[in-house]
Design a protein around this ligand. Structure first.
Ligand code: AMP
Length: 396
């Protein structure tokens, strides 16, 4: 069965076409800078690679172009659109309503639109992707895979804020969690790799956005992002945890508007705010050349992660493995080493040589006598979405 996976963002559509259950990748690519006159299209199969600059006015045009390439006699991988049995859509916010992968119907679409209040940057483009996919692939089943779904298992003790109860019961102010597709995928991989029946795992998704999840027996029981993806770890341009009193001080004493505070916390803070760079590669280079702000930003990021490791080990009363994934987690040996340094009290011992090696596969980078396994697992969110869509269609 061929499943097209779509991750539709505000100005981009990432896609992969996969064959299930073999889990083979037929092609992948991205339409980027949608809405600009220098939109970029990349398309890659096992033998062909295309990179084009063109004008894609909207998501409709972007997906149409992708569909043309899929069908192209020279570089295409299908002969007819009807070969695509399902389109799996990544949807960031499914509120408390969706704890499972779901077939999309009118009601589901309405709910996804309604949850735009909770995810104004993400749900509207996710919705737009669904609408254009329905038009372009009318014979395919449309399936929504929610990033919040994996975190629906977080118990009340960890998903509520200590605010007046009615904000939770009437207004849905609670921890929703994000990056769920990734945390679920890598935790499942770790459980399988380590052959664990019962398991206590901490997954670290460290990319542009960063989050951590405590995964007990395969279920998310706590997570560092919360009501919004601003909470928790230090990220590319997001602050992560701050004292919320700072917001009042910024507004009352320093004259910021609420929009400016929002922009400050989400777009100008984190690594960018601390150093002037948002990409850890630049920060590592600068740190190596003696830039103290960059050195400190790495130390602060690792320190924040260590605190969450401590908290989640306590929450689970133990720890079998920590898993690094996403751009930073998979590639930065410096960040992995900084996080794991001086955690031998927790039974975490990193093998320095193994930490330097890079493979595309699961890698155990802990020493043989480390009580806690330290794994690097490349995240495959598109594969996870395709798997979930496949499982849903097989069971319905
Ligand atoms: P993602 O959001 O998962 O695509 O991660 C993107 C981020 O990963 C980039 O902004 C970089 O900060 C980081 N990254 C990617 N490659 C490396 C690398 N080789 N070393 C350090 N950081 C990296």
């Amino acid at each position: 069965m061929k499943i097209l996976v779509i991750n539709s963002g505000s100005s981009s559509i990432k896609f992969q076409l996969l064959q299930l259950p073999e889990e083979s990748l037929l092609c992948k690519g991205m339409a980027d800078r949608i809405g600009a006159n220098n939109s970029q299209l990349t398309y890659k199969t096992e033998t062909e690679q295309i990179q084009e600059t063109l004008t894609l006015n909207n998501h409709q045009k972007g997906l149409q172009k992708i569909a043309e390439l899929l069908l192209d006699p020279k570089v295409g991988v299908i002969q007819d659109k009807s070969e695509i049995v399902a389109v799996g859509h990544r949807v960031v916010q499914g509120g408390s309503l969706f704890s499972e992968t779901t077939l999309i119907n009118d009601r589901v679409k309405q709910e996804i639109q309604a949850f735009a209040d909770l995810a104004p940057l993400h749900n509207p483009p996710n919705y737009a992707g669904i609408i254009v996919a329905e038009q372009l692939f009318p014979e395919a089943q449309q399936v929504a895979v929610f990033d919040t779904a994996f975190h629906q298992s977080i118990p009340e003790v960890a998903n509520q804020y200590a605010l007046p109860k009615k904000l939770y019961t009437e207004h849905g102010i609670q921890v929703y969690g994000f990056h769920g597709v990734s945390h679920q995928y890598v935790s499942q991989q770790a459980i399988q790799y380590l052959g664990l029946k019962q398991s206590k795992i901490i997954t670290l998704h460290l990319g542009n956005g960063c989050s951590m999840t405590a995964v007990k027996d395969g279920q998310s029981i706590d997570h560092s992002m919360g009501f919004t993806p601003t909470n928790g770890l230090i990220m590319g341009s997001r602050s992560g945890d701050i004292d919320q009193g700072i917001i009042f001080h910024l507004v009352d004493k320093l004259g910021y508007t609420l929009d400016e505070v929002n922009n400050l916390i989400n777009k100008q803070s984190g690594l960018l705010g601390l150093t002037g760079y948002r990409d850890l590669r630049d920060i590592e280079t600068q740190a190596g050349q003696g830039n103290r702000d960059c050195q400190l930003a790495i130390e602060m990021s690792a320190y924040r992660i260590k605190k969450y490791i401590g908290a989640y080990t306590a929450a689970m009363n133990g720890l079998d493995a920590i898993v690094f994934t996403a751009g930073i987690g998979e590639n930065s040996q410096l960040m992995r080493a900084s996080v794991c340094a001086n955690l031998d009290y927790f039974g975490i011992k990193l093998d320095k040589e193994k930490n330097k090696q890079k493979t595309e596969d699961i890698q155990d980078i802990s020493t043989a006598d480390s009580a806690v396994k330290v794994l690097v697992i490349p995240t495959k969110e598109e594969l996870q979405i395709a798997r979930q869509a496949y499982q849903l269609l097989q069971s319905s």
